[in-house]
Design a protein around this ligand. Structure first.
Ligand code: MG
Length: 462
């Protein structure tokens, strides 16, 4: 009799133990998005750079998934960020312009409040949310991160090369020997300016420390951490610890500090014991700013860079890490986009996607969980309101082309020029003549796509 009681006691103790462990297992996963500024496709060791050392990103790739055909939604900052946050092409919410390509310190507009951001969606499901880094979706109060679903904001509200002081060296001279006082950029905490000019030499380190603190404080989760670094957008700055360290010079120093930062973030996640319940995505907002010579990055074998709808402007080096869920050392060569993080976040948190608006997002969770195929077979390349090119599977048709710099007007192509990007990633060999059926199909896709368009008035021209 006694023994039976003892057995029942043991069984119930085991059951209580199992039950108390259950909520943690059922808790929706955390999401961390690390978003670099102007990092090129060819700038990481794990994407083939010969002299920039990125051991932490290489490890992240070895433990997770590398995406080789992953696209930012736009070739410049503001539209790219708006699309990531909302899962929608920038022309659907007015976060682009044919005349002012990004928001500036004198801009009056920003991301409209009717838009649903990833942070707002996740916050409604009980997530703690933080934006640590460069925002660039409106610096006036209604548009700040704290009014777009983020509990916490620490960072600069627009690019680090804005608010240039009148007596800084002229032209690009200021960038070759940058000093923090040349750019009177504010650093903000929540809605207040706490430092001006922001000390950019320590900014990567401070973003990292803020991110680590947020992770530790919110380890019981769930949380969403958006970490949009200000670097490696020019002017380039790094801490003394990373000065004159890289074989690649100043640009390499900056990337190696970003790599260190990624290592710190992942280590903090591991130490908190939440690695198996945390998806970390690492990517970039657009391609390298090639016009800044050696202080701009590299698109590797891709054509052109930031500002252009050639692939170098929009295809970005991307990694996903989620131990126990994403297969270690996996590679996804299917199409995917920063816009897909929106549906992915919804799926992870068990939230329905909004049905009252057109979305441009695909859920990546099936692909992440099983290394399965991508569900995205098209990608529309916009320069502001202009549809420049369309990708369909391996094919890319350009209706218009325009170099990032030095070509004031686009060149129109009728018939379009056509490249097979899996055979010809550098977009060198026009095969339109041999594949009229592909152009036909792409024209049909464009006609379908155009039916979904109701371009919103530009926020960037306000
Ligand atoms: Mg950028």
């Amino acid at each position: 009799m006694m023994r039976r009681y003892r057995l029942a006691f043991l069984l119930s103790a085991v059951l209580i133990g199992l039950c108390s462990a259950a909520p943690a297992a059922q808790q929706p996963p955390n999401l961390i998005v690390i978003f670099c500024d102007d990092l090129g496709y060819g700038d990481l060791g794990c994407f083939g750079h010969p002299t920039i050392r990125t051991p932490h990103l290489n490890r992240m790739a070895a433990e997770g998934m590398k995406f080789t055909q992953f696209y930012a939604a736009a070739p410049v900052c503001t539209p790219s960020r708006a699309a990531l946050m909302t899962g929608r092409l920038p022309l659907r919410n007015g976060m682009c312009s044919n005349t002012r390509r990004v928001l500036f310190p004198d801009s009056k507009g920003g991301l409209p409040s009717e838009e649903i951001t990833i942070a707002e969606a996740l916050k409604a499901k009980g997530y703690a949310t933080a934006c640590i880094g460069k925002w660039h979706l409106g610096h006036l109060p209604p548009f700040l991160p704290t009014n777009h679903g983020f509990d916490v904001y620490f960072g600069i509200p627009y690019s680090n090369d804005m608010d240039r002081i009148a007596d800084a060296p002229r032209g690009r001279e200021a960038f070759w020997q940058p000093k923090i006082e040349y750019w009177n950029v504010p650093l903000m905490r929540q809605t207040q300016i706490i430092e001006r000019p922001a000390d950019q030499t320590t900014i990567t380190r401070r973003y990292t420390e803020e991110a680590q603190r947020f992770i530790r404080e919110r380890r019981d989760g769930p949380f969403f951490l958006y970490l949009p670094h200000s670097m490696p957008h020019v002017p380039l700055f790094r801490t003394p610890e990373f000065t004159d360290r890289s074989l690649r010079g100043l640009y390499g120093d900056v990337i190696e500090e970003l790599d260190w930062s990624v290592g710190q973030v992942l280590e903090t996640v591991r130490e908190a014991g939440i690695a198996e319940n945390t998806l970390v995505m690492f990517t970039s907002d657009n391609g390298p700013w090639l016009t800044f010579d050696q202080q701009g990055g590299s698109a590797g074998l891709l054509r052109d860079g930031k500002g252009s709808t050639w692939d170098g402007g929009m295809r970005v080096p991307t990694l996903a890490w989620w131990p126990g869920t994403v297969a270690a050392g996996s590679v996804c060569a299917g199409l995917a986009s920063t816009m897909d993080i929106f549906a992915t976040a919804h799926a992870m948190a068990g939230i329905e996607l909004p049905r009252d608006r057109v979305l441009d997002t695909h859920d990546l969770t099936p692909l992440l969980r099983s290394s399965g195929a991508s569900t995205r077979d098209t990608f529309f390349y916009y320069r502001a309101y202009e549809l420049m090119a369309v990708r369909w599977g391996p094919w890319k048709a350009h209706f218009m082309t325009q170099a990032a710099y030095g070509q004031p007007k686009p060149e129109t192509h009728d018939p379009p020029v056509l490249y097979h990007l899996e055979h010809d990633p550098s977009e060198k060999y026009d095969v339109a003549g041999q594949h009229p059926e592909v152009l036909e199909k792409i024209r049909e896709l464009v006609a379908e796509h155009r039916k979904t368009l109701e371009p919103a008035p530009s926020q960037l021209e306000l």
